[in-house]
Design a protein around this ligand. Structure first.
Ligand code: SF4
Length: 548
């Protein structure tokens, strides 16, 4: 029993590694690595040392850490099956070739930039190219020796790989039809350009607790609900068009829908407010445990009210204007097909399967777009591609050219609705194959469900991930598939998926439910999806969307 005179024992609360509270000592190897040498310094070493001395000369801390700040990851050594992914040391999974992500803010490219991306792929990446669901282009088979030339050529064309990955502000997602859509609330392009000019590559914003994903859009077509920070177009009754600010969205473990701070931000203030939130995250974000380091954990602990208060008092030095919530559109949009722009021209969206294209395809698209009188192309967060500014008379010709390139402008709902992450072909964390699986699934569903396809007015989204991470946003899909090893009917351990059903964004924003025991082998995937879709179509009520 404690004597009445004994000092009271107060429970020590363990620090979360927040810089603003004095925890400057690195508390884990990733923080140590960033403190030892700023990740942005690695570029000079690549250009001056590694590109000349080759793969074997690369310091492991750079290879598996700092390289990411320039969009470089080692790709997976071929021939290692998914069952062994978790049991091997990182170096056993490293191939000497790299994946390289080119950041394309808003997915916005001129046709000459697109041509260059195609040429670089043909010359340095074995003609590989994927459109990612973050509007990047991802190459494979890159050699370290070629990086100085690749950077020089990209930068000459106004493109970059700066903080395409790493604990830093990554590519900014935006509507592929920003500035041309007749129904957008506001064109976000000037705000995005200003953020690029003022902050991209700023070392003081490039050592954050964890990755930091931004979306800025005048339309709700960029999955803003699951971003670390998002500005969503909204009409203020007194002040007019501007942006509603959301923070704390994210997927992977502990998925969370972002929270509105209840503010209205005019377009010319977006860069300053974006920088304020970014600095707040840098200073108050949790750096002790990697799995608690995303901004969503801070937002969850603080709540929107306190977050806004600290942002205003410590980072902006003023109060933000209160603002209304944006109106939620009834249907999600993927921009596939031909649609009229506000200037009378058309934009033409086309669908590869799960973002898989090639350098040759990109070159072909650039040429076809130019022949149709366009100079601009955008990549979409649904792994699709859109050609802008097409005169009406050229639409049909362009669509048929795109179709010969394998990009379907009148794609089936299955081709439109399927997305897939990189998967076991190249990703070191993967457990299962995804891109080829997606291709087979689309072909399979087009055949199996041909009799009911006309009745599917909105594509049913089917997203495939190669591991428990959520690069393909599985929790927000109607049918989300998380790669894992499962047991088949004969008791064999085979590739398969845990199913999440009924996720969605927009009107019914919420995460798909992981149904206990709902696992499917890769071989049975077609059967499974067919069964789910047929049941839905047979039992749905008039106008009902996929059940949440
Ligand atoms: Fe790799 Fe997993 Fe992300 Fe797919 S979800 S790209 S397998 S980390």
């Amino acid at each position: 029993m404690t004597s009445p005179s004994a000092p009271k024992r107060t429970k020590q609360r363990r620090g979360e590694g927040q810089w603003a509270l004095g925890y400057r000592e690195p508390l884990n190897p990733n923080e140590r690595s960033k403190k030892d040498d700023h990740p942005l310094n690695v570029r000079a070493r690549i250009e001056n040392i590694y590109a000349h001395r080759g793969f074997e000369s690369i310091d492991p801390g750079d290879l598996r850490g700092r390289f990411r700040w320039y969009g470089l990851y080692t790709q997976r050594k071929p021939g290692i099956d998914g069952g062994r992914t978790a049991t091997l040391e990182p170096e056993e999974l490293d191939d000497s070739y790299f994946m390289l992500r080119v950041r394309i803010d808003g997915g916005a490219l001129t046709t000459s930039q697109l041509s260059l991306l195609g040429e670089l792929s043909q010359t340095y990446a074995r003609d590989s190219a994927d459109i990612t669901d973050r509007q990047n282009i991802q190459y494979h088979w890159i050699r370290i020796e070629d990086m100085p030339t690749i950077w020089a050529r990209l930068e000459e064309a106004g493109l970059s790989t700066m903080t395409a990955c790493g604990d830093a502000p990554r590519v900014i997602l935006s509507s592929p039809v920003g500035g041309i859509a007749s129904d957008e609330v506001i064109d976000p392009t000037p705000a995005i350009e200003e953020i690029q000019n003022r902050y991209l590559g700023d070392p003081s914003l490039a050592n954050l607790p964890r990755k930091y994903k931004t979306a800025i859009s005048g339309l709700q077509d960029v999955a803003h609900e699951v971003h670390d920070i998002a500005f969503v177009g909204v009409e203020h009754p007194e002040h007019g068009p501007g942006f509603d600010l959301w923070v704390g969205g994210g997927l992977s473990t502990n998925p969370m829908i972002g929270q509105r701070l209840g503010t209205w931000v005019p377009r010319d203030e977006v860069p300053e407010v974006w920088a304020g939130v970014t600095k707040l995250f840098r200073d108050y974000g949790y750096r002790r445990l990697r799995h608690r380091a995303r901004i969503k954990f801070l937002v969850k602990d603080w709540g929107a009210e306190k977050f806004r208060e600290v942002l205003e008092s410590e980072y902006l030095g003023r109060q933000l204007v209160d603002g209304p919530a944006p109106e939620v559109p009834e249907q999600p949009r993927d921009h596939v097909g031909a649609h009229r722009q506000k200037d009378g021209n058309y934009y033409v969206g086309a669908a590869p399967v799960a973002g898989r294209v090639s350098g040759s395809t990109l070159l072909g698209v650039a040429k076809a777009a130019e022949r149709a009188g366009s100079g601009r192309v955008r990549l979409t967060p649904q792994q699709k591609l859109v050609v802008l500014d097409v005169p009406e008379s050229e639409v049909e010709g362009l669509q048929s050219e795109l179709s010969t390139l394998g990009l379907d402008a009148t794609a089936s709902p299955w081709r439109r609705g399927v997305m897939a992450c990189t998967g076991i072909e190249f990703c070191k964390l993967a457990i299962v194959e995804t891109k080829d699986r997606a291709k087979q699934l689309v072909a399979d569903l087009e055949q199996r469900l041909a009799d009911i396809t006309d009745g599917i007015t909105t594509p049913i989204s089917v997203h495939l991930n190669g591991c428990p991470n959520s690069c393909a946003r599985i929790q927000t899909a109607d049918i989300g598939l998380k790669g894992q090893i499962v047991t088949d009917d004969d008791g064999n351990q085979v590739e398969g998926f845990q199913v999440h059903l009924g996720g969605g964004l927009g009107l019914d924003a919420g995460f798909g439910r992981k149904l206990r025991g709902h696992k499917v082998t890769s071989a049975e995937l077609g059967d499974y999806v067919e069964r789910v879709v047929r049941t839905f179509v047979e039992q749905r009520e008039e106008g009902e969307r996929f059940p949440q």
